[in-house]
Write a protein that binds this ligand. Structure first.
Ligand SMILES: Nc1ncnc2c1ncn2[C@@H]1O[C@H](COP(=O)(O)OP(=O)(O)O)[C@@H](O)[C@H]1O
Ligand SMILES: [Mg+2]
Length: 212
């Protein structure tokens, strides 16, 4: 689905060749500072490489309108923004920006259930805990229903039990709807349990890339 060839980004990332499979769960692991977030941003064309090329479905991402690309490929940042207002407003903000049709409360409740956030839609989002905010942001991304999810440590602020439930539910959704998921995770256990493909980065290099 994504194919990187001779990619170089500053002195941060050097990737001779890397392929990320379509309709699979790809996990990216590596110590802090190894270039994981940089890789994800490159895939979403939030930053561009200095050398080389990145293909998405055989086409250079630099030949695709970034807005179009980001309609199909949605990234959840490591530290997603929570806006003043309610849980409902925060869920809807993504589809508003993307100019997608608004959805009803029933659909919003469904998404909250998916991310295991049992809070009324009318609650003030800024009063949620760190882990709850993270799930809210995840719900926002799920509502966008993209082809490809790029999730940057989506469960880092959750306790282990919640992490398991939430990741399980997203993975199920991705598999059922034949989407692709690329997820950075600090939890090797999660990668082993849910990943189809594992990429390990170290000091800006691909240490290994293999099927699980
Ligand atoms: N815009 C930038 N300019 C300079 N250095 C950066 C920039 N973004 C990230 N870095 C550095 O690049 C390295 C990789 O960062 P990052 O991709 O965020 O790592 P990870 O997500 O694996 O923790 C780090 O050493 C970081 O400090
Ligand atoms: Mg990071």
């Amino acid at each position: 689905m994504f194919s990187l060839k001779n990619v170089k980004y500053k002195n941060i990332l050097v990737i001779k060749e890397l392929n990320l499979p379509q309709e699979k769960i790809t996990c990216i692991v590596g110590e802090s500072g190894s270039g994981k977030t940089t890789l994800l941003k490159l895939l979403n064309n939030l930053i561009s490489c200095d050398q080389g090329d990145i293909l998405y479905k055989q086409q250079s991402i630099y030949d695709i309108d970034p807005i179009e690309l980001r309609r199909e490929v949605v990234m959840l940042p490591q530290d997603p923004a929570i806006f003043p207002g309610t849980v409902k407003e925060n869920l809807l903000i993504g589809i508003k920006f993307a100019e997608k049709p608004l959805v009803d409360n029933e659909k919003l409740q469904e998404v909250l259930e998916q991310v295991k956030l049992r809070k009324p839609l009318t609650n003030i989002a800024e009063q949620l805990s760190g882990g709850e905010k993270q799930r809210l942001a995840l719900g926002r991304v799920l509502l966008l229903n993209p082809e490809v999810f790029l999730l940057d440590e989506p469960s880092s602020a959750m306790d282990e039990e919640t992490e398991e439930l939430v990741i399980e539910s997203i993975v199920q959704d991705v598999r059922k709807n034949k989407k692709s998921l690329v997820m950075i995770t600090h939890a090797k256990k999660i990668a082993q349990k849910y990943g189809d493909y594992l990429i390990e980065l170290k000091n800006g290099l691909v240490l290994s890339a293999k099927e699980l």
